[in-house]
Design a protein around this ligand. Structure first.
Ligand code: URA
Length: 436
């Protein structure tokens, strides 16, 4: 299958397998040939596995990212007349931050072009969440996207990336997903940054998750991922800042599509869980700073309803009805505590897996998700519980899924006979150029 000439896939795979650094020309060739179908899926999978084990130098990651950008088109928002700034999270459980954040930042004067993805496995996808709103459409043409971003009453868009944005990444990500090669720092960094650089945003804030429910379980690995992405951004002239944030316990009190939209709307209405509010404001401040709007106070825009107004116009612009009732699951079951005490830990991965198994996530690409499925948490770290008090409510349209979700949650809560727990910080570290 490999095209013979100056390069061939087998020698490139063997070079990386043996721990050698790939030359820029080898990287350009293999990414381009893969995009054109000349390098076969099994060869690219083997190369991804070799990269997983051998890693890449920063130069290799930079060339790999450039090659993935060059596999498609670049977008351009320079004509919209407002600074553009995007946020990307590396993925966690209950992470609905984009939902309040995009309209909040738009309400403060920046435009937010947020190309988002769908969930696979235990992490939810922003598009799946928004699709639980009746009528809402994830697919927008580039011209519609620019019109919404330029509209002074909207200014925020959350939509699917078009097929021509970093197509090499789309094909490679699908292979990594089924070959155990997702959790590789160079592959994650190049995957995320190729899309963000091609998207053409003026600035980028990364929310790099660390902990039980994240790709990166260790702080050192999360730091290296963040530093790699910040460098890739800077190298491409994109102002990039990363916040390392905790993903040991789920964010907020819900994991699931409509359940998370409901919680995001509570935040926009001035309420909602404290951790969601804290992280939304921390990311909003970074985004506004990166957009040259550090003098604008996002907390005021959340409090006085401006962010909620933007949410409504943003949802309406994409065909959704912000006043419509959200879907409700046909079946509920409650999980109860077995002992008295204080919740000292709640495993985000277990909660993510339970929500996924209830139908909120998919096992294979393209599968339909249940809008109403998921887990509603009644007890999180720091909460006092008594034996028989409710820990969570499980929601699904398929009652046969309840047992597997219960099994996933069997060891999720750690309850100890203590008086309190020390709350760990949500924002752990900031990586990137200083604030303006
Ligand atoms: N998100 C991406 O877009 N790519 C990865 O590799 C991991 C998370």
């Amino acid at each position: 299958m490999a095209e013979r000439g100056a390069h061939d896939a087998v020698s490139i795979i063997a070079a990386k397998r043996d721990g050698r650094e790939l030359a820029p020309a080898q990287i350009d060739w293999v990414v381009d040939a893969f995009t054109r179908g000349i390098v076969a899926d099994e060869q690219m999978s083997a190369l991804a596995m070799a990269i997983y084990f051998r890693g890449m130098t920063r130069d290799e990651v930079r060339h790999w990212t450039d090659a993935m950008i060059a596999s498609g088109k670049r977008m351009d928002f320079s004509g919209i007349g407002r600074p553009t700034v995007d946020k990307h999270s590396t993925g966690g459980v209950g992470d609905k931050i984009t939902l309040p954040l995009a309209p909040l930042v738009a309400a403060c004067g920046a435009s937010v072009p947020q190309l988002s993805g769908r969930g696979l496995g235990h992490t939810g996808g922003t598009l799946d969440k928004l699709e639980s709103i009746p009528g809402w459409q994830a697919d927008l043409g580039a011209d519609d996207m620019v019109d919404i971003l330029a509209d002074p009453k909207i200014g925020a868009v959350v939509c699917a990336a078009g097929a021509d944005l970093a197509p090499a990444d789309k094909r490679l990500y699908a292979l990594r997903d089924v070959t155990g090669t997702v959790e590789s720092i160079p592959l994650i960094a190049s995957s995320i940054m190729s899309k963000k650089i091609a998207e053409g945003t003026g600035a980028l804030i990364l929310d790099v998750k660390v902990g039980a429910g994240a790709f990166m379980k260790q702080r050192d690995d999360a730091c290296e991922l963040a530093q790699t992405m910040v460098e890739l951004g800077a190298g491409a002239g994109l102002h990039t800042v990363a916040l390392l944030t905790a993903m040991d316990a789920p964010l907020g009190r819900t994991a699931g599509n409509a359940l998370e939209v409901r919680e995001a709307v509570e935040v926009l209405a001035g309420g909602g869980p404290a951790d969601i509010v804290e992280l939304t404001l921390a990311l909003a401040r970074e985004m506004l700073d990166a957009a040259g709007l550090s003098h604008v106070d996002p907390e005021a825009a959340l409090r006085d309803g401006r962010a909620m107004d933007r949410w409504r116009s943003m949802i309406t612009a994409q065909g959704g009805d912000p006043k419509a009732d959200l879907p409700v699951a046909r079946h509920n079951e409650v999980v109860y505590a077995e002992t008295d005490g204080v919740v000292t830990a709640l495993d985000a991965m277990d909660v993510g897996v339970a929500a996924w198994k209830l139908g909120a996530g998919r096992t294979v690409q393209g599968e339909k998700v249940q809008a109403a499925a998921g887990v509603e948490l009644h007890a999180k770290p720091g909460d006092r519980v008594r034996a028989e008090s409710p820990l969570a409510t499980l929601h699904t349209d398929s009652p046969e899924r309840m047992n597997v979700a219960r099994a996933a949650l069997a060891d999720a809560w750690t309850v100890r006979d203590e008086t309190s727990v020390n709350a760990a910080p949500l924002v752990i570290e900031r990586i990137g150029p200083g604030r303006g």
